[in-house]
Design a protein around this ligand. Structure first.
Ligand SMILES: *Cc1c(COP(=O)(O)O)cnc(C)c1O
Length: 385
């Protein structure tokens, strides 16, 4: 929600935010009024069923976050100490932190120059006999070269988990984000295209894995067994009915939300078209990109630092975010076996010069023009050519 100020041009443009209508308010009100006692699960069931149908999977399990959905996926696959899990060097740390939760070791893989998603050749070069799983990320709504990545995974017997947190509605060769690998996960954080405030979803076609996930996410209680008779120490990962109701309403509007994201990206792309100092999100012919974050990589030759660029834009009332830092360079992974690997050169070359631009669902075309004008000025100020 924007703060009301007199001069529209002076309003801060937020980095992201949802589209909430009367439908969402109606469903959440209905949930808080009725979804108790025998009906406590009604909205979860409707949301999960509709979500599974939307992405084309057999099973969907609503979770408190994408982080917990990834944790459950790894735990249910039996990944643990001694195992490596490959993950792209460019992603939010939520993609990789669950690898440590189960006691396994992340293996950082470079990204593709154009999609900014996991690069299959780097994956092939980095896997070892200890690599038991990989988490492929649909970064900023784009899709990786799934055929190539699934091919490497199959050749090495590696389980694939798809982190589709940023990519609801995206497609690769006509298949929806969330339909790749043994399990896929989504985030409904307030910044994401479809939101429940906080929340997530785990989807799979594997019946045994689904059973194991239901068991692990409810403190290790076997289905239909004696009450309070826990057979393993496990986790508690559920969302509330109010969140499920919000998610159901958002899902009924998903085509509109995705169309809006693509419309915003279209405004950016025509504003930035022909300006060779920046590279905007790509969309390969086999891909439908849903542009969760409109992003530019500034030509590294100009030497523009992403944090300085973000600061200049912030002074003009425009909220940006730095492109993800390579995970291998974060203090969180200092002392880790793969810390500061030199084997992710593309990640290291692009990341210092790239920035996410405002991408909220309430953005107007005039906002986008203002962002791009400010971006041109800021790059002219900072650039060293
Ligand atoms: C947002 C995000 C997550 C984490 O989602 P939460 O719901 O906040 O746990 C995971 N992976 C990626 C790629 C994300 O962008």
């Amino acid at each position: 929600m924007r703060r009301p100020v007199d001069d529209a041009a002076q309003q801060r443009i937020p980095i992201s935010g949802p589209s909430i209508t009367d439908l969402e308010i109606r469903y959440v009100t209905e949930a808080v009024t009725t979804a108790w006692y025998a009906d406590h699960n009604v909205f979860h069931e409707r949301f999960e069923r509709a979500f599974a149908a939307y992405v084309g999977r057999r099973f969907a399990v609503a979770t408190p976050s994408c982080t917990s959905a990834l944790h459950l996926s790894l735990a249910a696959l039996g990944i643990g100490p001694g195992d490596e899990v490959a993950v792209p060097d460019i992603t939010w740390i939520a993609s990789s932190a669950p690898i440590s939760y189960v006691g396994a070791t992340p293996l950082f893989v470079d990204v593709d120059e154009s999609s900014w998603c996991m690069d299959a050749a780097s994956l092939e070069a980095r896997v070892t006999p200890r690599t038991k799983a990989l988490i492929v990320v649909d970064l900023y709504g784009n899709m990786p070269d799934m055929d190539a990545i699934l091919g490497v995974a199959a050749a090495h017997g590696i389980a694939v988990i798809e982190d589709a947190a940023e990519a609801i509605g995206s497609e690769y060769k006509g298949a929806k984000a969330g339909s790749f690998g043994v399990a896929s996960t989504f985030s409904f954080h307030g910044s994401k295209t479809l939101t429940t405030g906080e929340g997530g979803m785990l989807v799979t076609d594997d019946e045994a894995l689904h059973e194991r996930i239901l068991f692990l996410r409810d403190h290790g209680r076997p289905a239909g067994d004696r009450m309070f008779w826990n057979t393993e120490v496990a986790f508690k990962y559920k969302m509330s009915s109010m969140q499920a109701a919000l998610g159901l309403a958002q899902l009924e509007r998903v085509e509109e939300l995705v169309a809006r994201k693509r419309e915003i990206a279209g405004w950016y792309s025509s504003e930035l078209d022909g300006w060779d100092a920046v590279t905007f999100n790509s969309e390969a012919p086999a891909v439908k990109n849903t542009y969760w974050m409109n992003t530019v990589v500034v030509d590294p030759a100009l030497g523009v630092d992403k944090l300085a660029l973000g600061e200049l834009l912030s002074q003009r009332g425009i909220d940006c975010r730095p492109f993800f830092h390579p995970l291998s360079t974060l203090p969180a992974y200092a002392g880790h076996p793969d810390a500061n690997t030199t084997l992710t050169p593309v990640s290291r070359r692009l990341s210092p010069h790239a920035i996410n631009l405002p991408s909220g669902l309430n953005l107007t075309e005039a906002d986008v023009r203002r962002v791009c004008d400010a971006l041109r000025d800021a790059i002219a100020t900072l650039g060293q050519r």
